[in-house]
Design a protein. Sequence first.
Length: 37
Amino acid sequence: MRFITLVLGSAAALTAFSIMSTHAATPERLLPYHILQ
């Protein structure tokens, strides 16, 4: 159960990151996001 939730959480994080990177393609918005993570 924990492995399934971990896979789903990582997949959701990857999709959210890809959507965020496509919508906010400016490096000024991407760099602070990388630093915060």
